[in-house]
Ligand binder design. Structure first.
Ligand code: IFM
Length: 459
């Protein structure tokens, strides 16, 4: 094993998961329906008709999962709370059984010296709120702040890190813009109110958390350095436009108190923004969560021929083109790809982190890499070398960014377990631990053993 360079003292090393992707137990202890339960029940939405009904059965098997983390040697664990377990209808008093579940988990983690990093919202909105418009309805932002308060009332004294939202960009674009995730709305840019209400929900939750916890407060965004395909002015304009959407829409309002320029999309006014909203949204944070998987290459729309016939992605691209989006995805060639066909570009992480530092300067809170990892078509018996190479490369790139002066305080591997990968069902495996979804047997992969050895070497 090539030992990684030494990371700073006190660095957080963790794994990450989310509620709907691992818990199962969807009808237990009073949990209400979430938009993902409804979406999975619609024929044709999820590959192979998979659902999160059982997933990794973590709701019952969590003690084993805590053991796996303790044996791995991590000192942090990022998980999310299922809002419908706390408020089955998305409003009203908390169901104590839901809070009890997370309290037991948090206490077990603390006993093992593993710091809980709690994400309040990883896309599983109570269906009852969606029935009222979901994130398209401003009221959902207020409901979210109330929910945050209920969770913090119970766990505020023992959770050191609170993350309000996970990847609101993905939730907005795939859930409300393109309809390939729950709640399945295909509103394209008419989904922008959902973006604003997600941000407002974040901003309203921050003071609710501050009143109830001395833990750190953060938001997690997913970022992708944007590479320009082609050299023309139109290509550069396309890259700038896409960058505003992917990398700035959910960060400029939080860190700068303003929206990025969206005029390339024909958006010059945001009538749903009310006085005072941006001040609420830009409440100071202690950390910023960064999820990184790969860069994106875009150029001016030119109706690229798409080899291989129609696919979900080409359908999405066709819809974007039809809607007159000012960019088009271009392939990134010359790199290995994951099972998802995402290019493996470790240096993209260094590029991204230095770009964030240069873009936001002193306004950038210390960073946590809240997700990074890859899907590999693997079985327990396979050597799992692709995942080891992926993690090794990205951790070295991360170390270079730290050496270059970027303040990064932790790194969470996505994911602890193979789990329910949204529209891909169980087809994409991101886990350090293999899960047999028939027997629920967990088998640590070679990457798990590799990481455990690396963490030992860091001590
Ligand atoms: O599984 C997802 C996770 O829920 C959000 N970030 C990306 C992961 C891999 O696609």
């Amino acid at each position: 094993m090539n030992v990684l360079p030494r990371f700073p003292e006190g660095f957080l090393w963790g794994t990450a998961t989310s509620a709907y992707q691992i818990e199962g137990g969807v009808n237990e202890d009073g949990r209400g329906a979430s938009i993902w339960d409804s979406f999975c029940a619609e024929p044709g939405r999820i590959k192979n008709g998979d659902t999160g009904e059982v997933a990794c059965d973590h709701y019952h098997r969590w003690p084993r999962d805590v053991e796996l983390m303790a044996d791995l040697g991590v000192n942090a664990y990022r998980f999310s709370v299922a809002w419908p377990r706390i408020q089955p209808e998305g409003r009203g008093p908390a169901d104590a059984r839901g809070l009890d579940f997370y309290e037991r988990l948090v206490d077990a983690l603390a006993e093992r010296g593993i710091a809980p990093a709690l994400t309040l919202y990883h896309w599983d909105l109570p269906q009852a709120l969606q029935d009222g418009g979901g994130w398209m309805n401003r009221d959902t932002a207020h409901r979210f702040a109330e929910y945050a308060a209920l969770v913090a009332d119970r766990l505020g004294d023992r959770v050191p890190l609170w993350i309000t939202l996970n990847e609101p960009f993905v939730h907005m674009t795939e859930g409300y813009g393109l309809g390939v995730h729950a709640p399945g709305e295909a509103l394209l840019l008419d989904a922008l109110p959902a973006a604003h209400h997600l941000l407002l929900g974040h901003g309203l939750a921050v003071p609710a958390l501050r009143e109830r916890t001395r833990g750190q407060v953060a938001i997690t965004n997913n970022y992708s350095p944007v590479w320009t395909a082609g050299d023309s002015a139109a290509d550069h304009a396309a890259a700038t436009a896409f960058d505003a959407l992917q990398n700035r829409l959910f960060t400029d309002p939080v860190l700068l108190g303003r929206y990025p320029d969206l005029s390339a999309f024909g958006v010059t006014e945001l009538p749903f923004v009310q006085d005072g909203d941006l001040a609420t949204i830009s409440a100071p944070l202690d950390r910023i969560g960064v999820n990184y998987y790969s860069p994106t290459s875009v150029g001016a729309p030119r109706s690229l021929a798409r080899p291989g016939g129609p696919s979900v992605l080409s359908e999405v691209q066709d819809r974007l083109e039809a809607a007159g989006m000012p960019f088009e995805d271009a392939p990134i060639e010359g790199y290995p790809v994951t099972a998802f066909d995402w290019p493996v570009v470790p240096d993209g992480l260094r590029e991204l982190l230095t770009q964030l530092r240069d873009r936001y300067g002193d306004g950038l809170p210390p960073i946590l890499i809240t997700e990074n990892g890859c899907s590999v078509r693997d079985e327990p018996a396979r050597p799992d070398q692709e995942r080891i190479d992926y993690l090794d490369g990205h951790l070295r790139a991360l170390h270079q960014a730290i050496e270059a002066g970027v303040d990064v305080r932790g790194y969470f591997v996505w994911s602890l377990l193979d789990n329910f990968e949204w529209a891909e069902g169980f087809d994409q495996r991101f886990g350090l631990v293999h899960v047999d979804f028939t027997t629920q047997v967990r088998t640590p992969k070679a990457s798990y053993h590799w990481l455990r050895d690396q963490l030992q070497a860091q001590r």
